[in-house]
Ligand binder design. Structure first.
Ligand SMILES: CC(C)(COP(=O)(O)OP(=O)(O)OC[C@H]1O[C@@H](n2cnc3c(N)ncnc32)[C@H](O)[C@@H]1OP(=O)(O)O)[C@@H](O)C(=O)NCCC(=O)NCCS
Length: 160
């Protein structure tokens, strides 16, 4: 049976493992490289899980199947950004990402955010479809995936 949970600093090794797996699996989907993430210390991983920015995971007993996070840009309590959405290939198509997004949207509502935003890479049609089915709309605002990258990412937005 799968469950969704918010993880905290003491879960840093599970978080590191799923995040590094995501970056290795889908490097074009994320704004951070695997090489950079591998440089993180234990404290870096713990810090990412401390504080008020939630990182949610889907678990099947001890195994993490999917993750996604939310954070508020400094000074912008009305806005939450979703980051790091990833489902393990063997678990895809079962609603993990949709469930995580629903929970992240609930979290944003509880904090009185009015807008939830995220980025999707050009050509990532499965992610774009996911976000569209969850009510996000393309903004037409594009920027490079990473500094100097030829790949572009588009901002998508949902008003809640
Ligand atoms: C995109 C991703 C997170 C979807 O995860 P998932 O758990 O398989 O998604 P879900 O099962 O919750 O799917 C929800 C909806 O998304 C859409 N979707 C998901 N995968 C899809 C695919 N391969 N093709 C078309 N639509 C897809 C569908 O609308 C689906 O609803 P439906 O099953 O009722 O048709 C997953 O494919 C992934 O991790 N990809 C690599 C990393 C990535 O691209 N992350 C996004 C960064 S922006």
């Amino acid at each position: 049976m799968t469950t969704i949970a918010q993880i905290g600093p003491d879960d840093w090794e599970d978080f590191r493992d799923i995040r590094l797996r995501a970056l290795a699996d889908a490097p074009d989907a994320f704004g951070v490289t695997l090489a950079d993430a591998r440089q993180n210390s234990e404290q870096d991983w713990r810090d990412r899980l401390a504080g008020s920015s939630p990182v949610l995971v889907v678990r099947d007993r001890a195994v993490l199947l999917a993750m996604g996070g939310g954070w508020h840009p400094p000074g912008e309590p009305d806005r939450m950004m979703v980051w790091g959405m990833w489902t393990a290939p063997e678990a895809r198509g079962n609603g993990c990402a949709r469930s995580l997004l629903d929970r992240l949207l609930d979290h944003a509502r509880r904090l009185d955010a009015t807008t939830v935003e995220l980025h999707v890479t050009e050509g990532n049609n499965s992610a774009r479809r996911l976000y569209e089915t969850c009510g996000f709309e393309a903004t037409g605002e594009w920027e490079p995936l990473q500094e100097g990258s030829a790949l572009q990412i588009e901002l998508m937005r949902r008003v809640i």
